[in-house]
Design a protein around this ligand. Sequence first.
Ligand SMILES: Cc1cc2nc3c(=O)[nH]c(=O)nc-3n(C[C@H](O)[C@H](O)[C@H](O)COP(=O)(O)O)c2cc1C
Ligand code: SF4
Length: 417
Amino acid sequence: MTGDVFTPVKIGPLTLKNRFIRSGANEMMSKDMRPTRALLDFHTAYARGGVGMTTLAYIAVSKDGRTLPGQGVMSADSLPHYRAVTDAIHAAGAKASAQITHGGSFCQIGDLSTPRAMSASGGIDKMGVLMGRFFQRAMTRADMDRVTREFAEAARLCEEAGFDAIEVHMGHGYLLNQFLSPLSNKRRDNYGGSPENRARFPAEVLAAVKQATGGRLAILAKINLFDGIPGGAKVDDAIVAARAFEGAGTDMLVLSAGRNIESVWAIFGSPLPYDDLAAMQGGLFAKLQFAILKRSVPKLPPFHENYLMEQALVLKAGLGASPMKLAYLGGVQSLAGADAALEAGFDAIALARALIHDPGIVDAWRTGVSDTSGCTACNRCVAVMYGASGTHCPVVGNALDPALKDIFAGEGIADAA
Ligand SMILES: Cc1cc2nc3c(=O)[nH]c(=O)nc-3n(C[C@H](O)[C@H](O)[C@H](O)COP(=O)(O)O)c2cc1C
Ligand code: SF4
């Protein structure tokens, strides 16, 4: 079986040269909602390093859909900048995927047009509380129609910008996950209650994205296998959602887990370095916030490779035969781990940290230079994401051109041309 990870895979209309997908991981390399030269260099490094496809993370479908200031927005204004990024990725030999999303109640960056963040349901705004906004509001039908149109329009612009695939982010507690999860969806209409109802709005969004791109781009959805805390969604909910997403025309599911506030360790299979995070963000309030979060982490088993495999296999078995492909994600840290995912019947392997640690790891595995990763799953790359240099592995240092390292002082791509 070893070696099959380097064979092509078809995802809807798209063929990747191998099974490796650089998973979307917030780069924090956009300025004024447009990608910078740093983002272009960052993703070109993954393409040169051998992945079949690299994913630009967290591209908001609207200005209000951002959760952090270094994120981009897909718009007519940013489109030429994204085109420059996709051209560079293609020239370096890989395909490009755009992760499009809206943060819902996580959108707390200060320039919002609404007095309260919106979500599936109203009530206490767990993210807003940390910023001094205590309540969120439930989306109305008009909100849902508007957001659906925003996703469809963003998808259309992604095609114009040269992306080969679109990944709709439905995991980790963002807006569409706020519908999927019983932790945040308390609706009493057709969009709340049963797992089928909770999957309805995300499936409508996927169908609109599929229609907007007419089957010309591969459509991926990143979902949670489980939320990881009592009262959260479980793998049985994910199986129901997966069937709904298959019906909406999804070409591939990327299987993740966990929620950014309540169970972030389930995303990573290891806890966040809360002391580093407090230091990065500074201020007494941030220190207090991270001290509280640190105390909420349960006793975890030690990090282990392919930590989501067990639940991913449950979903795979529950879904049964399906034209929809499945990408294994979560703690792939060696060629053997990637092989194991393929042997278990998954079609592709998505990786974030092994590639943040070494953007050339796929070619190193292919050529036999190495068969493991030096990533220790310490998650310090998550902490530095909030700094001025954007996402990188502090264990090996920042490989970006020094002239590009201060992202927020940097130039947009078109400005630099
Ligand atoms: C610094 C960092 C930022 C991340 N940001 C995102 C993001 O914007 N969108 C997303 O879907 N996942 C994000 N993730 C999660 C990864 O895509 C992936 O699900 C997780 O790291 C587990 O995969 P791994 O074990 O291969 O790292 C991020 C991960 C890291 C390390
Ligand atoms: S900081 Fe580096 S070693 Fe630590 S988890 Fe991130 S990529 Fe891996």
